[in-house]
Design a protein around this ligand. Sequence first.
Ligand code: GTP
Ligand code: ZN
Length: 204
Amino acid sequence: MSVRTRVTVPLRFADGYSATAKVITFTGLADGKEHLALAFGEPATDRVPLVRLHSECLTGDVFGSQRCDCGPQLREAVDRIEQTGGYLLYLRQEGRGIGLYAKLDAYALQEQGLDTYEANRALGHGDDERDYTAAAQMLDVLGVTTVDLLTNNPDKPAALRAAGVEVREVVPTGVYASAANVRYLEAKVEQTRHTIALPLAGRL
Ligand SMILES: Nc1nc2c(ncn2[C@@H]2O[C@H](COP(=O)(O)OP(=O)(O)OP(=O)(O)O)[C@@H](O)[C@H]2O)c(=O)[nH]1
Ligand SMILES: [Zn+2]
């Protein structure tokens, strides 16, 4: 495994905020997918970098879907990593690893009353098919052995630790609840022990 390319990309987000990313690509990752690392700020070698493992969500990241909280979480991650110095790993794990079309099939089932996990199972998938091996490999190639990890999902630090990465601190990410996504967020809290405190659905 090695770095394939490092290239500087100036970014401007929908809210007008500008940032500069060093975009890094890789060769030889375990699953052969085109995962990206984006370095923000100054990931100094003598400081523990802040790292976010962001699972691809085309509808949320690109189109601003309100069914999930991915878009605002991505934006928050860029802000925080830029301040501290670190890496956003943009992982091609659309739909918790089941792919975009299957995720949209799962959305259709959720409109019939299934929750996000029941919908996956009704389609013959697992609740969560993500594998973080490639993320650990990317950190290894970047020379990162210890991270502070920005997440509310306990599976992520567990997976990195199992792959030999030291997770010094788990830093909670914000909760972006709305009437459109509160049922989805509640299912995550109930079924995967996400560490997010939700306002009551009735208050949204
Ligand atoms: N299968 C499926 N995937 C979904 C659904 N809604 C969002 N996703 C995907 O879930 C992934 C994001 O996962 P989340 O559970 O929001 O967040 P997380 O990464 O587990 O946890 P955090 O680090 O705390 O944000 C993205 O790949 C989305 O495409 C859904 O209803 N069904
Ligand atoms: Zn999403």
